[in-house]
Design a protein around this ligand. Structure first.
Ligand SMILES: NC(=O)c1ccc[n+]([C@@H]2O[C@H](COP(=O)([O-])OP(=O)(O)OC[C@H]3O[C@@H](n4cnc5c(N)ncnc54)[C@H](OP(=O)(O)O)[C@@H]3O)[C@@H](O)[C@H]2O)c1
Length: 246
């Protein structure tokens, strides 16, 4: 494989595993995020293990004024950009958000607004080149609203819908738009949470994400059995679902 893959939110365990799986295929990488030391550590690890070029870039998704300059810089430095992965995500305790609704804005903006705006910029670039892939990491939490995490779930649901529309727009343009819906994954985001089941490893998820541009599926549940779990969850009638403690 040739070209460079841009990974946004590259300090996350899922993003690191995804970057590693892309590097194993021979892609060069740009790791973008807010934690310079973490990114630098990951970059050294990936270039040593896979012999690819790995650069790092500062990116704060909530600094909306910086998006255009970030985009311009990436295109200037990486004319061989093959694709990008939006792995940025923010989960806050729903009980805290219920008490302080004003904190929800950060969750919505990190999971949805910033992803939609940034992917729109890169979509135009890839569309003009008639090639490339845009991968958005959404979540099974976006498939149905539940009392335990509905602000996070709603922002992921909006992101999934945005990706679906973008895919529809770009169908036939040579650009792939891929939605990733992981179930529970063993990362910093879920650390210490009660009641988690069927926990996947970040490596398992990262491998599947890096395979996605070569496969036909546009929406990938990871692990794949989550597709069937969510089919059942979505089929429960609302009058019953609203009484369930989920
Ligand atoms: N773990 C799960 O069970 C699970 C399930 C479904 C979907 N997901 C999704 O998978 C993705 C990766 O999550 P993870 O589990 O690996 O958790 P994580 O370690 O908490 O990763 C979240 C990433 O988002 C970054 N981020 C948050 N706000 C940001 C901002 N304003 N600007 C730039 N970066 C920002 C974090 O950067 P910092 O290090 O700077 O905070 C971190 O790199 C997320 O989109 C998450 O929603 C996770």
């Amino acid at each position: 494989m040739t070209g460079t893959v841009l990974i946004l939110g590259a300090s996350s365990a899922i993003a690191h595993a995804t970057a590693s799986a892309f590097a194993a295929k021979g892609y060069h990488l740009v790791l973008a995020g807010r934690s310079p030391q973490e990114l630098q550590r990951n970059a050294q690890d990936l270039s040593l293990r896979h012999g690819v070029t790995v650069t790092t870039r500062h990116f704060d998704a909530l600094d909306f004024g910086s998006h255009q300059a970030f985009y311009d810089r990436i295109l200037q430095d990486q004319p061989d950009l093959a694709g990008m992965v939006y792995a940025i995500g923010l989960l806050e305790d729903q009980a805290v958000l219920n008490k302080h609704p004003e904190l929800s804005r950060k969750v919505i903006d990190a999971n949805y607004t910033a992803g939609a705006l940034l992917l729109s910029l890169f979509a135009n670039h890839f569309e003009s080149r008639q090639s490339g892939f845009l991968i958005g990491i959404s979540s099974v939490a976006g498939d149905r609203g539940r009392q335990s995490n509905y602000t996070y779930g709603a922002s992921k649901g909006a992101f999934s819908l945005f990706l679906q529309g973008l895919r529809n727009r770009l169908a036939g343009s040579g650009v792939r738009v891929i939605t990733i819906k992981p179930g529970f994954v063993d990362t910093a985001m879920t650390w210490g949470m009660p009641g988690l089941f069927l926990l996947a490893s970040p490596e398992q998820v990262g491998r599947k994400i890096a395979q996605a541009p070569e496969r036909w599926a546009d929406v990938r549940y990871i692990p794949c059995f989550w597709r069937y779990i969510m089919l059942i969850i979505k089929a429960i009638p609302e009058f019953l679902f609203k009484r369930m403690k989920l």
